[in-house]
Design a protein around this ligand. Structure first.
Ligand SMILES: Nc1ncnc2c1ncn2[C@@H]1O[C@H](COP(=O)(O)OP(=O)(O)OP(=O)(O)O)[C@@H](O)[C@H]1O
Ligand SMILES: [Mg+2]
Length: 299
C-alpha cells in the first residue's frame, strides 16, 4: 500500500497533458533463485516525448516488460538513469517515488490478474485504483459505471474478479489504469487475451485517453494490428533497442559504441562471425554506408 508523504512537491497531479520519460545507459540484472545473474537490459537509451504514443515490440525475453516496469518506477535499474519529466526516478527516495507513481503514472503489468483485487468487484477495483486521488478529483472523474460501460463491463460491475473471464479481467485492468487520468500510461500486453472486437475497443479506449488528456502512452504488444495504431514503434532485441518505426518506416538504431543490429530477415544470410567492410558512399546528397563482404575465397 502506498503511503503518501505530505509536503513532497511533485507538481500538479491533475495538470493536463502527458509527461515525458527518458532513459540513458539503462542496464538491468535479475538475480535468479540459484544465484545466477540474468542480464535483461544491456544499455538502453530511449526518449519518449510528452504525449507521444509508442508500441514496444520484440521477441519473448527481449526485455520489454523489464523496461516498462523501470520506466514506471516499479523497479530500479541496476545501472543507468531514468527521468520521468524532471525527476530522476532512478535516484528518487521511495516515498517520493510512490507519490509520483500513484498520482501520475498508471502501470498495467503483464497478466491482468496482477493488477486487480481478486475478491473485490469490478466497481470496487476502480474505486481502489482511485484511492490516491483527492475527493475533488474523484468528483470530476468519469463515474465508475460509465467507465465500466466503456469497456463493456456494465453487466458485471458488481461481480467479483475471481469469477470473471480472462478477457473481462484484462478490460477491467485497463479501466482501472485509465480511471486516474494518468500523465503516463504503461500497459504490458493489454489485449493479449481479447477477441478482435474487444481488442479494438480496448485500444480505442487507450487512444481516447491520449486524445482527451494528451497522456503519454507506451504499450507492449505482440499483435501487429495493435502496433499499427501507434505512430512510433520500438523493437527490443536482446535487451537493447534494435529497431524503431516511425510512421510506417523502419529504422535500425545505432547503439552504444556504434553497434548496429541487422534486421532479422537479413541476419540469416549474414551469420554471426561474417567479416564485412563498412564504407561511406554518399549518393544523391544522402549519407550512406555500404556493408559488403569480400568475394568467397576458393571454390
Ligand atoms: N524476476 C525475474 N528473475 C529472473 N529473470 C527474469 C525475471 N524477470 C525477467 N527475467 C529475465 O529477463 C529477461 C527479460 O525478460 P522480460 O520479461 O523483460 O522480457 P519480455 O520481452 O517482456 O518477454 P515476453 O514477451 O515473454 O513477456 C528474460 O531473459 C527473462 O527470463
Ligand atoms: Mg513481457
Amino acid at each position: 500500500m502506498t503511503v503518501l508523504e505530505p509536503g513532497v512537491d511533485i507538481g500538479e497531479p491533475t495538470h493536463p497533458g502527458g509527461i515525458g520519460v527518458r532513459c540513458t545507459g539503462v542496464v538491468h540484472l535479475y538475480r535468479t533463485f540459484e544465484g545466477h545473474d540474468v542480464v535483461a537490459l544491456q544499455g538502453v537509451d530511449l526518449a519518449v516525448r510528452p504525449g507521444e504514443r509508442v508500441a514496444f515490440l520484440g521477441p519473448s525475453g527481449s526485455g520489454k516488460s523489464t523496461l516498462l516496469t523501470l520506466l514506471g518506477g516499479i523497479q530500479k535499474p541496476s545501472a543507468g538513469r531514468i527521468f520521468l519529466g524532471e525527476h530522476e526516478i532512478s535516484r528518487l527516495p521511495e516515498p517520493q517515488l510512490a507519490r509520483l507513481r500513484s498520482r501520475r503514472v498508471s502501470t498495467m503489468l503483464q497478466g491482468a490478474t496482477r493488477n486487480l483485487l481478486s475478491y473485490a468487484t469490478a466497481r470496487q477495483n476502480v474505486a481502489f485504483a482511485r484511492l490516491a486521488l483527492t475527493s475533488a478529483e474523484r468528483r470530476q472523474a468519469v463515474p465508475e459505471t460509465a467507465l465500466l460501460a466503456r469497456v463493456g463491463l456494465e453487466s458485471v460491475a458488481d461481480q467479483v474478479v475471481a469469477t470473471m473471464s480472462g478477457g473481462q479481467r484484462q478490460r477491467l485492468a485497463l479501466a482501472c489504469a485509465v480511471s486516474t487520468s494518468p500523465q503516463l500510461l504503461l500497459a504490458d500486453e493489454p489485449t493479449s487475451q481479447l477477441s478482435h472486437e474487444d481488442r479494438d475497443a480496448v485500444i480505442g479506449l487507450v487512444h481516447d485517453l491520449g486524445d482527451e488528456l494528451g497522456t503519454t502512452i507506451i504499450v507492449v504488444t505482440h499483435q501487429p494490428e495493435v502496433a499499427a495504431t501507434f505512430p512510433r514503434t520500438v523493437t527490443m532485441k536482446g535487451g537493447r533497442v534494435g529497431l524503431e518505426g516511425r510512421d510506417g518506416a523502419e529504422y535500425v538504431v545505432i547503439g552504444a559504441e556504434g553497434v548496429v543490429h541487422l534486421p532479422s530477415h537479413l541476419a540469416g544470410q549474414w551469420p554471426q562471425g561474417t567479416l564485412v567492410r563498412i564504407e561511406p558512399e554518399p549518393q544523391d546528397g544522402r549519407d550512406r554506408l555500404v556493408v559488403s563482404r569480400p568475394p568467397e575465397e576458393g571454390g
